[in-house]
Design a binder for this molecule. Structure first.
Ligand SMILES: [Zn+2]
Length: 181
């Protein structure tokens, strides 16, 4: 067990000794939840539960009870299009080649197809190309859609599991229809 996990387990064990029965029960439930959730992420990424949990612990700076929650470690089985960052990069290369700046992303709202290269040329942060519609920045003369993945409305997108086993939402790749002949 890594020292990070050991420290977490000690914290939980300490709360299980609390004089408050509510804290005791919640601590036990939370341990179960954390281990199950780490298992889920480990399976998606082909790594061990210890790898996931160690990494999660390395970026935790507050109480485990608040840190380990559905909003921080979402249930992957409730989402379509979940992919590890390694597989996502493989897929991008397969579809569009080695140069990530040329990868084509599709706005889920207006279906504009856009690349990091276009954003770069327009003087806009290139990494916005898979999170914001080009129309937000007037790129390519577009102005109407303005959709952003940060907004409240959810449209189909890809959930990438990062190297720190966090979830980042990105636009889907623009996948061309397969040729029939
Ligand atoms: Zn759009």
């Amino acid at each position: 067990m890594s020292k990070e996990i050991e420290k977490l387990m000690q914290e939980i064990a300490k709360d299980e000794q609390s004089s408050d029965s509510y804290i005791r029960e919640e601590a036990t439930k939370k341990r179960e939840w954390i281990l199950n959730r780490a298992d889920m992420y480990a399976k998606y990424c082909g790594v061990s539960r210890e790898d996931v949990l160690t990494s999660w612990e390395q970026s935790r700076s507050y109480w485990y009870m608040n840190y380990y929650q559905g909003c921080n470690q979402p249930d992957l089985t409730q989402k379509n299009n979940v992919i590890s960052i390694a597989k996502w990069k493989e897929k991008g290369k397969e579809l569009f080649g080695d140069n990530a700046k040329e990868w084509q992303f599709e706005c889920p709202n207006c279906h504009n197809v856009q690349t990091m290269q276009q954003f770069f040329k327009a003087g806009v942060e290139p990494n916005y190309a898979y999170r914001n519609c080009a129309s937000r920045f007037g790129i390519g003369g577009l102005t109407t859609c303005k959709w952003s993945i940060e907004g409240l409305i959810t449209l189909p997108c890809t959930y990438v599991i990062t190297e720190q086993y966090k979830i980042v939402k990105v636009f889907n790749f623009h996948e061309k229809q397969p040729k029939l002949f």
